[in-house]
Write a protein that binds this ligand. Sequence first.
Ligand code: ATP
Ligand code: MG
Length: 572
Amino acid sequence: MTDTQETPSDFIRDIVREDFASGRLQADQEQGQTLVTRFPPEPNGYLHIGHAKAICLNFGLVQEFGGRCHLRFDDTNPSKEEQEYADAIMNDVRWLGFDWGEHLYHASDYFEQLYLWGEHLIESGDAYIDEQTYEVMRSQRGSLTEPGTDSPHRDRPREESLDLFRRMRAGDFPDGAMVLRARIDMSSPNLNLRDPVLYRIQHKDHPRTGSAWCIYPMYDFAHGQSDAIEGISHSLCTLEFENHRPLYDWFLEKLPVPAKPRQIEFSRLNLSYTITSKRKLASLLEHGVVDGWDDPRMPTIAGMRRRGVTPQSIRTLCKTVGITKTEGIVDHALFDAIQREELNESAHRRMAVLRPLKVVVENWPEGKVEMVEAQNHPGRPELGTREVPFSGELWIEQDDFRVEAPRKYFRLKPGQEVRFRYGYYLTCTGYETNEAGEVTLVRCTYDPESRGGNTADERRVKGTIHWVDAQSSVPAEVRLYDHLFQQPDPSAGDDLMAAVNPNSLETVTAQLEPALAEEAVPGAVAVQFERNGYFCPDTTSSAGAAIFNRIVALRDSWAKFEKNMAGGATSA
Ligand code: ATP
Ligand code: MG
């Protein structure tokens, strides 16, 4: 599926359609409630591929049906949140191709209103101040099979709770001295309804409200009411909040809120061989497994961007996976396939030699450099051609030469003739080794009649390899990535660090054809290194010290390439 294709329908889109049909939703704001969604990240880390699903859903719905989508920072916990994260989140949402326009909000904008609603619940007898410790409250919570125990403060006079709540706000008490709790039902089968905590004391400055507050609302008390304040019509969240919905609705019922948003849950996006939890991603940083939130191995939006992944392939993945209530792990191979499909279409082909080995062409005229023509995209002639220098000294990949090779090895070996793509046919006449027995140089002769490398010839030359001219090639560092984890479901075990793949990054030296020197600038579009995959310059790259990241390898690259070449096809 490509980006231009329509998003398939799903149960949430069906609900939205029904809401328009029943008149609950109006296209025009003058007529009533319009479609209003929101993406509500907590600014305590960078966004990851899972968030992309929520972003595509919320922003995608209003692109499709009209209305607006808010970006709201759920910044109710000052101890974990930072401006760096908020900035990164905005940058990432925009990069994914979405825009909240003027609708940027913060839960902290509503602290005063939320506080007043706390007083409201005390006054209506629906909340009380509990002075027990967290440990005691936890021990009274009961379990799925046993009811909880009422707090001794549950029935204290409203005036007393109100006074304490006001003094909590005024800063009269230390952290942990007391909390505001909803007064619902300690024997509810839903544990979230067993008198949940609404406010806690936290003497900590907030990035936005500074020292104005020393009490902060809990997520559940802030979220639904923030939705209501903003006139959200559909509050879309992941399945772990399904059990919170009765509480979400309880607040909307008890409080004089200006709107009644509807919470709908969908399943999270999980991708095999990686993790989608900010907390766990942060632990990879803490353990030095990766070099930052934007490490190209990270499933963060920032990491994928640096790796060279396009916003389009992320959107296509989200579209392909779709919106359901079924939990599961999406095979990373699907994402790879989507990327290959997109990059195969768009990426220009280039020759780059990884782990280079020198080839000397013995019968090449001294000092001569010939320009040969290479196609930028075998499947799309309109993308044109370029000239690539060919001379008597070339680089090939170490893997493309073997001293002793099986009969079916069609690349270079002593006595064998091989087609150098776009160049000439070369026959290996000898090689040199160092003291360790490693091959340091390969000697060949060339056939001057075979220029272009595509001579329709009676000879059975089965192998085709790529190469670069040693005089003009550009040295580079190339980073080859593997999965960050060894297991498809790294979160399944209890030791995340033990699941880390120690070989997720391999750095190799390379020699690039000259055209790539100019293309080795950060932000340049991806190219295909023939036979090696799709690559993109790293953000730390600069012309002269080129660094390329492999975005994704070609599918069983070598076998397929060789088969095509043997059959005379030109596509890799
Ligand atoms: P994390 O566990 O990574 O911290 P979170 O849910 O705590 O994730 P938030 O910043 O609160 O992170 O998430 C913002 C929104 O993104 C929420 O509406 C949440 O449901 C959604 N979201 C988070 N992770 C995923 C995921 N893996 N798939 C789909 N949506 C997700
Ligand atoms: Mg969260």
